[in-house]
Design a protein around this ligand. Structure first.
Ligand SMILES: [Zn+2]
Length: 365
C-alpha cells in the first residue's frame, strides 16, 4: 500500500521498491490505482497497466501530468548486489536516493502521486497519467496505446512529462531518423583485387562526408536545438580473402523540431546524393510550444529559462495530439539506466514546489 501523504523521499523509495521492469508493471499499477481511488476528488480510470486519475472541477484549463511506471532491468551496486531495494546516502540538502528507477523516472511519479492526492482544489483541472512500457520498443508504449484507444483521456491545454531534467523545464524534442546507406562492389579474390570493386573502400568518401558535416543548430520557438548526424554502424565483408561486394553504413540524424520527418529525410538524401539510401526508422520531433499561454505558465512557475530537449521523448506523442508538452522532472537525465542511478532529494522538493505553484496559481496570472 502506497502512502501518498508520506515525505517525498520516502514515497520515492516505496514506489521504486515495487519492482516494475517493463512488462512487469501490474503490481505497481495496482498499488497506484488503489492509492488514487482512495482520493474522493479524483476519478480513476485504468487501461492495461496504465492508470489515469483526473479532477473535474469545471476549470478553464485542463493540464496533463504524465510519467511512466516501468524501468529498465535492475543494475548492480558496487558490491555486485542488485540496485534494489533503494537506499539513501548523505543528509540535508545533499541527500540522495539510490537505486533502479530513482532517476528514470519514479521521482517524477512520486511527485505526481503526492500532488494528485494533496491538491484537492487545483486552479486547473488535472489529468494524472501513469503508464507502462516506455522503456521498450515504441509499438508497446502505454502512452501510445492511450493515445490510440482513449485520446479523450489525454486531452488538455498542456502536458508535463516528469522525465528527469534536474528539475528544469525542457521544451520540445529533436526528431530522429535512421537510414542505411548501401554501397555495392564486385567480389573477387583478395589476391587479385583488380578483378573486383571493394565496397568497404567505397565507404571512405561517405565516412569523410559524414565526419565533416555539422548539421548545426536551429532556434525553434526561442529554444536552441543542436542537431547531429552520425554514422552509428557499419557492416560488410564475407571472408578474410574476398574483396567485399557490399557494405552498409547506418546513419542516425537528430533534427530540430521545426522540420518534419519528410523534410529531414529529403535534406539527408540531398546530402547523400548518388548513394543508395534506405530509410529504416524515424520519429517526428516536437516543437516546444512555449508560446502557448498554458505552456508559458509552467515555465513562469519555475522562474527559470527553459532549455531544449535534445533526445526524443514521449512529449512528441502529446504534440502529435495537438497538446504542447514539456519535460520537467527530478533527477539527472545522464544517470538514467546507469548502475549508479540516483535522485537528489532537493530535486523532488523543487519539482513538487514548481508544480504546486503552477497548479494553484490563478489561470490568468
Ligand atoms: Zn524515462
Amino acid at each position: 500500500m502506497l502512502d501518498l501523504s508520506a515525505d517525498l523521499a520516502d514515497l520515492l523509495q516505496a514506489v521504486c521498491d515495487v519492482e516494475s521492469v517493463s512488462g512487469d508493471e501490474a503490481r505497481l499499477a495496482d498499488a497506484v490505482e488503489v492509492a488514487l481511488a482512495a482520493c474522493p476528488h479524483l476519478e480513476v480510470l485504468r487501461d492495461g497497466d496504465a492508470v489515469v486519475a483526473r479532477t473535474s472541477l469545471g476549470r478553464a484549463e485542463r493540464v496533463v501530468v504524465a510519467g511512466h511506471l516501468d524501468t529498465v532491468p535492475l543494475g548492480r551496486r558496487p558490491d555486485g548486489s542488485p540496485n534494489l531495494p533503494t537506499w539513501r546516502t548523505g543528509s540535508g540538502d545533499d541527500e540522495l536516493v539510490h537505486g533502479r528507477g530513482t532517476a528514470d523516472m519514479k521521482g517524477g511519479v512520486a511527485v505526481a502521486l503526492s500532488l494528485a492526492a494533496a491538491l484537492t482544489e487545483p486552479t486547473r483541472d488535472v489529468t494524472w497519467v501513469f503508464y507502462d512500457h516506455e522503456e521498450v520498443e515504441a509499438s508497446c508504449n502505454g502512452l501510445g496505446r492511450l493515445a490510440r484507444e482513449h485520446p479523450d483521456w489525454l486531452a488538455g491545454d498542456v502536458a508535463v512529462l516528469g522525465e528527469p531534467t534536474s528539475a528544469a523545464v525542457e521544451g520540445g524534442c529533436n526528431g530522429t531518423l535512421r537510414v542505411d546507406v548501401v554501397l555495392d562492389g564486385v567480389p573477387a579474390h583478395s589476391a587479385r583485387p583488380w578483378r573486383g570493386v571493394n565496397a568497404v573502400h567505397a565507404a571512405a568518401p561517405l565516412l569523410a562526408l559524414l565526419a565533416g558535416h555539422d548539421p548545426g543548430e536551429r532556434e525553434v520557438d526561442g529554444l536552441v536545438f543542436r542537431q547531429s548526424l552520425q554514422a552509428v554502424g557499419i557492416r560488410g565483408g564475407t571472408a578474410g580473402n574476398v574483396v567485399p561486394d557490399r557494405c552498409v553504413v547506418t546513419v542516425n540524424h537528430r533534427f530540430a523540431p521545426d522540420r518534419t520527418l519528410a523534410e529531414a529525410e529529403a535534406d539527408l538524401r540531398e546530402l547523400l546524393a548518388g548513394y543508395e539510401v534506405v530509410l529504416t526508422d524515424g520519429a517526428e520531433g516536437a516543437r516546444p510550444g512555449l508560446d502557448r499561454p498554458a505552456a508559458a505558465a509552467v515555465v513562469a512557475a519555475t522562474g527559470e529559462e527553459p532549455r531544449a530537449k535534445l533526445g526524443w521523448t514521449d512529449v512528441a506523442r502529446f504534440t502529435a495530439l495537438g497538446v504542447p508538452a514539456v519535460n520537467l522532472g527530478p533527477g539527472d537525465p545522464l544517470l538514467a539506466h546507469a548502475d549508479d542511478e540516483h535522485c537528489p532529494v532537493r530535486d523532488l522538493h523543487r519539482c513538487a514546489d514548481v508544480l504546486r505553484r503552477w497548479l494553484t496559481a490563478p489561470v490568468d496570472a
